[in-house]
Design a binder for this molecule. Structure first.
Ligand SMILES: [Mn+2]
Length: 466
């Protein structure tokens, strides 16, 4: 769905009519969310607004190149004022004002110059919130803001929220929305918005163009992901025209990778599992793995791309990560044959995009068992989707391979439907061993696919992140 002129002008009006703007990206921030937040920060500050970006956990160091990175605040200073008003009677003036704090009580002592102050002259009230507008970027649901939301629910219920996103799973929260599910990144949504307002268009500096291009490059994985549309390429071209520093983005996002990341990737590639029949390839990283390698869970995300380029034949690729705070985070990608957004939502209560989605698993005893159980559920989910596809697509007498609605033509192995596969239906890439695992050494030595840091915008799981 694209943006309507009325939504665009309502959002524009909201900016013009408010002064103290709070901008928040989702928890476990990724480059798109952060560059989107910083792009809003830049533009609205140039309009003379008082703007704050809050991001509770520190964003990855690789994103430090982003203009405005050092302006990101860690905590939400929610200073709501409580006001005690003394209505002075005719002729009464205040001489001194002091306060004492004792036994969890604040005593405010007002000493009049002359005359008296009586209890009925006192009234109480709440001061206004520190912010008068909240902009939430790249976040499918408020719960994905994590503690920033749960610790400040009052703020979010009292202050109008502008919800800017491109996730198909967006729950349409907030009084105002700019949701374009055809945009490849939230920065693409922002580009269309900024470009729609003539006075703003002129304010797109090189820094701002760089920020917008960062989200577009990372969420499309350098325009390799299927969410890349002709329009995203056009936007990228226009941003380059405006002076976006593409080389700086590539250098920082793709060409610097800490040793801990390489180690944890090695561990994950070592563990690749393949179910040829079902068309699933997966790997997992436990908390112990992370501790052993000195790595953080957010370093795991890029492995998914390695997994896809190493085993291109699978319909679904999954990486399971046991998070530091507990629970398992699963990130999935799929071929056009499977809608992982639907699968994640139906089977696990997760969500994301049709080709990139995620979910969470909590309350398990054994990590590896929980992973296997999840894989089994994914298998069943894929089966039932393929089955639905059969019913929906195949007209009488027609023997076309099934396909999810609105999916692009599937380049891969769709014959498996009409002629059930023997054991090994897909061409062997020479990297697979007969047991279904991968030769690690050859995987590691394989020509490196473009690396990626993206925490991506696939996950909109029930409990946080992305
Ligand atoms: Mn995004």
């Amino acid at each position: 769905m694209s943006l309507s002129p009325s939504e665009l002008s309502a959002a524009t009006r909201a900016i013009l009519e408010h002064q103290r703007i709070l901008i928040v990206p989702h928890a476990n921030v990724d480059p798109d969310a952060l560059s989107g937040a910083l792009a809003c920060f830049q533009l609205f500050r140039s309009l003379g607004k008082d703007v704050t970006v809050v991001c509770p956990e520190s964003p990855p160091e690789s994103l430090q190149f982003m203009p405005g990175f050092d302006r990101v605040e860690k905590e939400l200073a929610e200073s709501q004022n409580f006001i005690i008003t003394v209505n002075l009677e005719e002729g009464v003036e205040v001489d001194k004002l002091r306060y004492t704090v004792e036994d969890h009580k604040v005593n405010i002592i007002v000493v009049p110059k002359h005359g008296r102050i009586r209890p009925h002259q006192i009234s109480l009230g709440e001061g206004e919130q520190r912010y008068d507008l909240i902009i939430v970027v790249d976040t499918a649901d408020l719960s994905l803001l994590g503690s920033l939301y749960t610790d400040h629910i009052d703020l979010f219920s009292e202050v109008p929220v502008l919800n800017i996103d491109h996730h198909i799973s967006n729950t349409r929260y907030g009084q105002l929305q700019l949701i374009d599910t055809t945009s490849a990144s939230v920065t693409e949504v922002l580009y269309h918005w900024f470009n729609h307002v003539p006075e703003w268009r002129e304010k797109v500096t090189q820094d701002l163009a760089t920020l917008l291009l960062t989200g577009l490059i990372t969420d499309t994985r350098s325009f390799q992901n299927p969410n890349t549309t002709p329009r995203s390429l056009e936007v990228a071209a226009q941003l380059l025209d405006l002076g976006a520093r593409q080389q700086e983005i590539i250098q920082n996002i793709y060409k610097t990778k800490p040793l801990t990341t390489l180690k944890i990737w090695g561990r994950a590639l070592n563990r690749i599992q393949i179910d040829d029949r079902a068309g699933i390839a997966w790997s997992s990283i436990s908390r112990e793995d992370l501790a052993e390698m000195g790595a953080e869970s957010k370093e795991v995300s890029g492995i998914l791309d390695e997994l896809i380029s190493t085993i291109p034949d699978a319909d679904v690729h999954v990486i399971f990560t046991e998070m530091e705070e507990g629970g398992i985070k699963a990130s999935m990608r799929s071929s056009p044959a499977i809608d992982v957004n639907k699968l994640a939502a139906k089977v696990f209560g997760g969500g994301g995009h049709p080709r990139a989605a995620g979910f969470r698993v909590a309350g398990y005893r054994n990590f590896q068992l929980a992973v296997l159980e999840s894989v089994q559920k994914i298998r069943e989910g894929m089966e039932s989707q393929k089955h639905e596809g059969d019913e929906a697509v195949r007209a009488p007498g027609e023997a076309l391979p099934p396909r999810t609605p609105a999916a692009a033509p599937a380049p891969r192995k769709k014959e498996t439907k009409t002629s059930p596969p023997p054991k090994q239906s897909r061409p062997s890439k020479g990297k697979k061993q007969s047991g279904g695992t991968l030769d690690v050494i050859s995987a590691l030595n394989a020509p490196a696919a473009p690396a990626s840091v993206e925490e991506e915008e696939e996950e909109s799981e029930a409990n946080g992140n992305d």
